[in-house]
Design a protein around this ligand. Structure first.
Ligand SMILES: [Zn+2]
Length: 450
């Protein structure tokens, strides 16, 4: 049985589903105002792994992750680039999914867009105002957080310490520093929607609560995101549901930060800045392995050295898969699969699962050295099973080679046979540039995906 650390309870608890065999999860998605960075890559990988693991275990998972397509940063960028907000958002949303596809993060079941939900958000805010949980000011509508019993649950802090730590902003008519904006009245030239409080737009915290309840229903199973979202964003979502008398997420899961050299990400360290940059310079599967090597709640260091090391480790997995590719197919070794399940059920201990994978590879290689193909095949099948469950696609060399690529390889063989070395080298370069590893064998040129 899966046990997960629940931020609201502050400990590891059994994961209790609303309905057996079904899991409903909501993960806060991106604000599409710029390129995806490494932290985006991590949280999406962490929750993609959880989703895949649940599905591997037989659950039917409904995965909702929103696209925030209107906010201050999008408005600022649209103004700077002299084009409409919707165009800016569409550009970065397309880039987002390109990056997600590259790192193998599966698309959400539903990806609601904030701008499609404004009316529903206005309705929720109006209900909060009516019930006395929110109030209007000169610049917007605010949630009266102090009034709500238990505010601060996901911060794991008392209301007194939250109040003491809150940033006091000038020109706000908030009744308490912990109150937060539900609705922002439009400034001249800003995009706006009609509301009982005049034209404006909803705050970010209202977006997620409305979408999650609409698409997953009350008491859905899990709400996730990066640890920086637990407070205030998730807490502010939660209290809006509570204030309208609806049960929100049963469980809360948060992943740790991405660091560079032990520090929070910085652009000045000559490291990767965007996810696209990482994908260009290293096998994107290496980022998944790097994420899996650490516990999801621990910080990870994403440096060029760390990704190169993960890429080398990945090659050991691929090499074993290639070596075992010709063995007669058998069932995975049951003990290995049971150990994998035990590790994952223990608060998603992917680090133990990865250690197990490499242990299996070592043992499998040793068995093959001894010529014991049967037991080696069972370990190879377990390696495939586990990699599949966490989303690592192994390259065993048996993948289909597209005809266009095979044709290039044949032309290279012809060029070599005719002793046209320069032409043969050019064809090798072209194949490598397209992501293929080229090897010379007695049978001619063979290619496999890098
Ligand atoms: Zn959210």
């Amino acid at each position: 049985m899966l046990r997960l650390f629940d931020t609201a309870q502050g400990r590891v608890v059994p994961f209790e589903r609303r309905e057996p065999g079904k899991v409903s999860m909501y993960v806060c998605g991106p604000t599409v105002s710029g390129p995806a960075h490494l932290g985006h890559g991590r949280f999406t990988l962490v929750f993609d792994v959880l989703r895949r693991y649940l599905e591997w275990g037989g659950d039917e998972v409904r995965y909702v992750s929103n696209i925030t397509d209107i906010d201050d940063k999008i408005i600022a960028r649209a103004a700077a680039e002299g084009r409409p907000e919707a165009e800016v958002a569409a550009t970065y949303e397309a880039q987002w999914y390109e990056a997600m596809d590259a790192i193998g993060v599966r698309r959400p079941t539903v990806d609601p867009h904030a701008t499609a939900y404004v009316e529903a958000m206005v309705a929720l805010i109006a209900g909060l105002v009516e019930g006395g949980a929110a109030y209007e000011t000169g610049d917007g509508v605010y949630f009266s957080a102090e009034q709500l019993q238990g505010y601060g649950l996901l911060a794991r802090q008392s209301i007194d310490s939250l109040r003491a730590g809150a940033r006091v902003e000038a020109l706000e008519e908030k009744r308490s520093p912990v109150d937060f904006a539900l609705w922002k009245k439009a400034k001249p030239g800003e995009p706006s929607w009609p509301s009982p409080w005049g034209p404006g737009r909803p705050g970010w915290h209202t977006e997620c609560v409305v979408m999650a309840l609409d698409l997953l229903g009350e008491g859905f199973d899990l709400h996730g995101g990066g640890q920086d979202l637990a407070f205030p964003h998730h807490e502010n979502e939660r209290v809006q549901a509570v204030a309208t008398g609806r049960r929100y997420a049963r469980h809360w899961a948060h992943n740790g930060f991405v660091e560079v050299g032990g520090e929070k990400m910085s652009k000045s360290l000559g490291n990767f800045t965007t996810l696209a940059e990482l994908i260009e310079s290293v096998d994107p599967r290496a980022y998944r392995l790097l994420v899996l090597r650490a516990h999801y709640r621990s910080p990870i260091d994403v440096t060029r050295a760390a990704t190169a090391d993960a890429a080398a480790a990945l090659e050991r997995l691929d090499a074993f898969a290639r070596r075992a590719a010709g063995l007669a197919p058998v069932a995975p070794e049951p003990d290995a699969v049971a150990r994998f399940r035990a590790a994952m059920d223990d608060d998603l201990d992917t680090s133990a699962a990865v250690a197990l994978l490499f242990e299996l590879v070592r043992r499998g290689n040793a068995l093959l050295d001894e010529g014991r193909e049967g037991p080696a095949a069972a370990l190879a099948a377990a390696v495939h099973e586990i990699c599949g469950a966490v989303g690592i696609e192994l390259r065993s060399g048996t993948e289909e080679v597209p005809e266009a690529v095979a044709a290039l390889a044949r032309r290279r063989d012809d060029a070599r046979a005719a002793r046209h070395w320069a032409a043969a080298d050019a064809l090798r370069d072209q194949l490598e540039a397209e992501g293929w590893t080229v090897e010379d064998t007695p049978a001619g040129t063979t290619v496999r995906r890098r």
